[in-house]
Design a protein around this ligand. Structure first.
Ligand code: NI
Length: 146
């Protein structure tokens, strides 16, 4: 595994809409392994492909109950709301209040292309929404409460 550089605010790559990931090969597995190492070293709870300069639709989260790898994730349902401070490894030392769904259900693929469904509440729902937003070029500062 190798740690990758995290793209920071101001880089256009963070504002782009990512393309569908179509291959589930060793190259993707290597990137996932690198992203995990990068996220844990930075003490984050999520990391999306564009944050390591890759404009493809995949991301990882770990809110303390193990890593979840998501390829081509789509939020298929959401319920309730929660308001709380949020940050991002691409925007160091900045935290803003963001309102998110209290719970979400996400459909995605795993690193081998198998279909998976992931449900999350609270912080997990927040992390899922935050990372999936990255795949559409949306940052938490674009969603901060007024
Ligand atoms: Ni982020």
């Amino acid at each position: 595994m190798a740690k990758r550089n995290i793209v920071k605010l101001g880089d256009d790559v963070l504002k782009k809409v990512c393309r569908t990931q179509l291959t589930f090969d060793e190259k993707l597995h290597q990137i996932f392994d690198d992203m995990a190492e990068t996220m844990y070293e930075a003490e984050g709870v999520g990391l999306a492909a564009p944050q390591v300069g890759i404009l493809r639709r995949f991301c990882i989260i770990d809110v303390g109950d193990g890593i979840i790898e998501l390829v081509n994730p789509v939020i298929i349902s959401k319920e309730g709301t929660q308001t709380g401070d949020e940050g991002c490894l691409s925007i160091p030392n900045r935290y803003e209040s963001v309102t998110r769904p209290m719970s979400v259900v996400v459909r995605a693929q795993d690193r081998n292309g198998n279909n998976i469904t992931v449900s999350g509440e609270g912080l997990k729902a927040r992390a899922l929404c935050h990372e999936i937003d990255h795949l559409d070029g949306i940052l938490f500062i674009d969603r901060k409460d007024k």
